[in-house]
Write a protein that binds this ligand. Structure first.
Ligand code: ZN
Length: 305
């Protein structure tokens, strides 16, 4: 009798308990979905870092072309296709930088919207072609930051205020860096403003700070210079009295070493043009990359060799 009553009592309690657990679970679901970070894919490391700075903890950012890698010549693999397929937002540089991205995105079957970080940038033309390396000017970096923030704030309206705060702080840091670079570069004499890099990736930086960059390879790393191109470049280096040569993190140093031996100019260091450095390197973020490049350039240009 006792047992029978107990079973009845347990049954009476258990059913509402089960319903209430289901109800609690159902009620908890939207909250869990809300705290799940957004999945963002960026085409290359510099853009990935900018996005991470702005979204903070509200998104997981994956990058297709990693540190020290050449995004011009990249060949996507199956894990890139998986990352793109699982993404909720995709960011690319645009200006024909990632020539492989359209195929990767369409073949992945992703439902994610694709956003162009350079929207609104005034493109620089080099021999009739658009120079894609817009991030190498800080004023363009601010445009990237604002474009990124607009997209992620719309995707995460519940975190829009925090994301906008991140954007404001980031833009403030970029503008302060731009101001200090302008002050440092304004002290350089006119005849110490010509340098040589492996490929033509610093046109926007040159335009911003009144510098001249010469390069054996054009705006795309694909083209190999001919012997005639190199001979012309050596004449240009001598006529323009270039002050230093620089190797890059994403291209072979061979051409620059050859130019150093033929012109007698010093190699002033390594610049990060199209990708961040690996962890532990000097350019692990966009801000660090800009600081490293400018201080490397200034050190070489201020030293009369
Ligand atoms: Zn490049």
């Amino acid at each position: 009798m006792f047992n029978h009553n107990l079973i009845k009592m347990v049954k009476a309690i258990r059913l509402p308990m089960i319903f209430s657990l289901i109800w609690m679970g159902a009620a908890a679901l939207p909250a869990q979905a809300e705290t799940k970070p957004l999945r963002i894919v960026a085409s290359f490391s510099i853009l990935g870092d900018m996005i991470q700075e702005i979204v903070g903890e509200f998104a997981v950012v994956e990058t297709i072309v990693g540190p020290d890698a050449d995004a011009h010549l990249y060949q996507p693999n199956i894990s890139d296709a998986r990352a793109v397929a699982a993404a909720e937002l995709i960011f690319v540089n645009g200006l024909d930088f990632e020539t492989w991205s359209n195929t990767l995105i369409s073949e992945s079957g992703t439902q994610a919207d694709v956003h162009i970080a350079t929207k609104g940038v005034d493109p620089l033309l080099v021999s009739g072609d658009v120079d894609p390396h817009a991030w190498n000017s800080i004023s363009n970096g601010v445009i990237y930051a604002n474009n990124i923030a607009d997209v992620v704030m719309a995707a995460l309206p519940q975190h829009a205020a925090a994301i906008d705060k991140n954007r404001q702080e980031y833009v403030k840091k970029l503008k302060a860096l731009d101001k200090s670079i302008r002050a440092a570069i304004s002290a350089l004499p006119k005849d110490r403003r010509v340098v040589v890099t492996a490929h033509d990736a610093f046109g926007y930086l040159a335009q911003a700070y009144d510098l001249t960059f010469l390069a054996p390879v054009g705006i795309n790393t694909e083209a190999e210079p001919s012997a005639k191109d190199l001979a012309n470049l050596i004449t240009q280096i001598q006529t323009n009295r270039a002050a230093a040569l620089f190797v890059e993190n994403i291209t072979s140093p061979v051409l620059i070493e050859q130019l150093a031996s033929e012109t007698g100019l010093q190699i002033g260091g390594r610049l990060f043009s199209d990708a961040l450095s690996e962890r532990g390197g000097p350019a692990t973020s966009y801000l660090k990359m800009l600081k490293h490049n400018i201080s490397t350039l200034l050190t070489a240009l201020q030293t009369d060799n």
